[in-house]
Design a binder for this molecule. Structure first.
Ligand code: NAD
Length: 505
């Protein structure tokens, strides 16, 4: 495998940061930005101290007191400008995403496109933060609800969507009148610096307060400062179930609000009537794309026994055509795993699967990359049962194949894992498709028909059930999580009737 020289990657990162207007202070650490492409250092970044986080929250809280009274359509102006800057710097930001997260350029650009799309959505939303008017039971009274800004939103994000998740939260929070303090993954500090610089410029350009956004950098301990600070009204945290288990109860203990977007263990059911050409394409993209490092990556296939052999053979042959390597190289579809521990977790999972009676049909082995980069061929594993390893999320390209004979059994297998993010069914049988989407079908937050589990659009609400955390972000009415609702009763009569007919005279 031909990998680029580490110095070339450092230069590319530096140039992309400069084009995004990022201020680079060579403070010498202690946070090290690395690239999974070669496993080498890109540069050092200053990590935030506990005092820095405190100052960031104070500034964001002060800015909130002003920002909440700016009319929402005017707040939209900063997000509109951010969308323009993201469009201008799409390639620069995508370059940083490839460098830090290892995504192929097309997927990295797709991630930045999601940012642009959510900015457009949020600008429209800034004129649509609707409350309802309800029929009052009392004469001469009006009953209605209004939505108000919530406060400071603490955004904690994962390495694998280093920019999109921030924008889903931030674009919506800003039009809702909130201010944001962002703690990105410590594995992707440079993309965060670039986003922060673009938003700071957008704020300057439209005259919005600088304090509407702050970036703090570091590991989980820095995230914990946001979790524990009562001035942070909403903690929106994206990452592993382990992280959610730590964050959720702490925020709840101070009666703060939490929006959790945690791990998935996504499955596709393939029915006997499925269009297998279409299914193979959908399955391969969802399972092997982003080297299996999406929260929505396809990890389990539940295939009718009558089509299982043919499907496995076709996926295995499609996997054989996938080019694994330097994501910047033409034709490469599968880039590196993020680091050594991701590779080790994959090997441990494959060993467990074998011990449970599974057969590795293809893949799983390391394919070049030198000492410190981890490239693997996506693995396809036939399993005799949904054993404990299949019920866990291993953040790597492993696709477990299970078979079923009876549709109820397929649904039961599908729902029999602790996570509940994304799901799909490949079928041309309308009854099966509708049942999959019905109350007794898939128990996930996302349920698709005849497409894979990954690659959601921003217009829908994104998130999942059970251990995935229950949060919803992005489109539809997900904005409601970023505002507080007030119910108002207005008496415009000259009498004072009490509700429920109560007499008090
Ligand atoms: P991670 O849990 O290791 O880290 C996520 C973020 O949480 C990081 O910023 C980290 O510093 C922070 N963090 C960790 N412990 C914390 C604590 N105790 N308090 C506060 N902050 C803490 O996850 P990762 O390896 O970066 O990302 C991969 C995981 O994220 C996978 O499980 C994936 O499924 C999940 N993910 C979920 C979604 C979703 O929308 N549901 C999206 C992307 C990724």
């Amino acid at each position: 495998m031909n990998l680029p020289a580490p110095e070339e990657l450092c230069r590319r990162a530096e140039e992309a940061l400069i084009r995004c207007g990022a201020e680079i202070t060579d403070a010498g650490g202690p946070l090290v930005a690395r690239t999974p492409i070669t496993g080498t250092e890109l540069r050092t970044v200053t990590a935030s101290s506990a005092d820095d986080v405190d100052r960031a929250i104070t500034a964001a809280h002060d800015a909130f007191l002003e920002w909440r009274s700016v009319p929402a359509p005017q707040r939209g102006a900063v997000v509109r400008r951010l969308g323009q800057l993201l469009t201008e710097h799409k390639t620069d930001l995508a370059e940083l995403v490839t460098l830090e997260a290892g995504k192929i350029p097309s997927e990295a650009q797709g991630e930045v496109q999601e940012m642009i799309d959510i900015c457009e959505f949020a600008v429209g939303l800034s004129r649509q933060l609707y409350g309802r008017t309800m029929a009052s039971e009392r004469p001469g009274h009006r009953l209605m609800e209004t939505w108000h800004p919530l406060g400071v939103v603490g955004v904690i994000s994962a390495f694998n969507f280093p920019v999109a998740v921030w924008s889903w939260n931030t674009a919506v929070a800003l039009v809702c009148g909130d201010t944001v303090v962002w703690k990105p993954s410590d594995r992707t500090p440079l993309t965060a610096i670039a986003c922060d610089a673009l938003l700071a410029r957008a704020a300057r350009d439209v005259g919005a307060p600088a304090g509407i956004h702050a970036l703090v950098q570091g590991a989980g301990d820095i995230g914990e400062r946001l979790v524990d600070d009562a001035r942070v009204a909403l903690v929106s945290a994206t990452g592993s179930v382990r992280m959610g288990r730590a964050v959720g109860p702490r925020v709840a203990a101070r009666f703060g609000r939490c929006l959790l977007e945690l791990g998935g263990n996504n499955a596709a059911v393939v029915a006997p009537s499925a269009d297998l050409d279409l299914a193979v394409r959908g399955i391969v993209f969802s399972a092997a794309g982003t080297a299996g490092q999406r929260c929505t990556s396809l990890r389990r296939l539940i295939v009718h026994s009558s089509v299982a052999d043919e499907l496995v053979q076709r996926i295995s042959s499609a996997y054989g055509q996938l080019k694994v390597g330097n994501p910047f190289d033409d034709g490469v579809l599968v880039g590196p795993l993020v680091n050594r521990s991701a590779f080790e977790a994959m090997q441990t999972a494959l060993d467990k699967a074998r011990a449970d009676g599974g057969t590795v049909v293809c893949g799983g082995e390391r394919s070049g990359g030198g000492d410190s980069a981890y490239y693997v061929s996506p693995a396809l594993v036939r399993m005799p049962a949904q054993t404990s390893v299949v019920q866990e999320e291993t953040f790597a390209p492993i696709l477990y194949v299970l078979t079923y004979d009876d549709y109820d059994q397929a649904i039961a297998l599908h729902n029999e894992v602790p996570q509940g993010l994304s799901s799909s069914i490949f079928t041309t049988d309308q009854r099966e498709a509708e049942r999959f989407l019905a109350a007794d079908g898939s128990d996930c937050g996302i349920a698709n028909v005849n497409i894979g589990t990954s690659g959601a659009e921003i217009g829908g609400a994104f998130g999942g059930e059970k251990e995935t955390g229950g949060g919803r972000e992005s489109g539809s009415d997900a904005w409601k999580a970023y505002m507080r609702r007030a119910t108002n009763t207005v008496n415009y009569s000259d009498r004072l009737p009490l509700a429920q007919g109560v007499e008090f005279t």
